[in-house]
Design a protein around this ligand. Structure first.
Ligand SMILES: O=C(O)c1cc(=O)[nH]c(=O)n1[C@@H]1O[C@H](COP(=O)(O)O)[C@@H](O)[C@H]1O
Length: 274
């Protein structure tokens, strides 16, 4: 089963476009787990158990593990996710991008070591830096396109004067990902929920690609507006929220509170389809 099949099935089964972002920060853990980096796996596992039937995907952010020398916990976590949420794909947020030979190693890391179903990539270094990931049948790769941060303007909103129509950089990335670069139908795009007009533009240039959309919750993006801008029949959206779900409560009820927050976000997202 390919990553895209998994996404479609998870959307149908869980009635959801919500991706639960796993950005574990020990200083925000509840009770006796606070500041205990040895509990990163357990914290994320509790969140996953509480949201397994509400999520279209889980997105662990690798820096939150590597910063605490907790890569072994990330390996265990992906196994746990597969057990507690079978069929819900795992997107490893690694934002990799390097020359082909190094990209092969990053692909091994994401898909063989961690067992992820998809990965986030920076397309800055061009097609040969993306291609090694596409040699993995069925795996997905989301290219950064129009990111959620204000500094995204610095490059992504600049016009490419040498190309017909002088597209902005993010428009060109969307065109390539929908077209020439998408050799085996494995690509998707990352677009920030903080820029609904750009989501709409990306959707018009890339009508069938899955869009990974972070920026609802802690970054203030509007969930329903995001879905209205990006979701189409045959064009999925995977809307990520991390901190607003993970840290909905800092008490013993953190998993329950995460579930409540995830349910509310899922409902707001579904409202955008009405
Ligand atoms: O690729 C990403 O996931 C990503 C792209 C982007 O443009 N903006 C963005 O916030 N992200 C990630 O999405 C998550 C957002 O977290 P919250 O703001 O807590 O919901 C973080 O893990 C970010 O690294």
């Amino acid at each position: 089963m390919t990553f895209l099949d998994q996404l479609r099935d998870a959307e149908r089964k869980n009635g959801s476009m919500l991706c639960v972002g796993l950005d574990p920060e020990p200083s925000r853990f509840p009770g006796a787990w606070k500041n205990d980096a040895g509990r990163i796996h357990d914290f994320c596992a509790a969140i996953a158990e509480a949201t397994a039937d509400i999520a279209i995907a889980f997105k662990p952010q690798i820096a939150y593990f590597a910063a605490h020398r907790a890569e072994d916990q990330l390996e265990r976590l992906v196994n746990t996710l597969q057990r507690v949420a079978p069929g819900v794909p795992v997107i490893l947020d690694a934002k990799r991008g390097d020359i082909g030979s190094t990209a092969e190693q990053y692909a091994r890391e994401a898909f063989d070591r961690y067992g992820a179903d998809a990965v986030t990539l920076s397309p800055f270094m061009g097609f040969d830096s993306v291609e090694p990931y596409l040699r993995r049948p069925g795996k997905g790769a989301f290219l950064l396109c129009r990111t959620s941060n204000p500094g995204g303007d610095d490059f992504q909103a600049q016009r490419l004067h040498g190309l017909p129509g002088q597209p902005m950089l993010y428009e060109r990335i969307a065109e390539l990902a929908q077209g020439d670069w998408n050799r085996n139908g494995q690509l998707g795009l990352v677009v920030g929920a903080t820029y609904p007009a750009e989501i709409e533009r990306v959707r018009s240039l890339a009508p069938t690609l899955p869009l990974l959309i972070p920026g609802v919750g802690a970054q203030g993006g509007d969930a329903a507006a995001t879905v209205r801008a990006g979701w189409r029949e045959g064009g999925q959206v995977v809307v990520n929220s991390s901190r607003a779900i993970l840290y909905a409560s800092s008490g013993a009820d953190f998993a329950e509170a995460a579930r409540t927050a995830a349910l509310a976000t899922r409902a707001q997202l579904q409202a955008g389809r009405a």
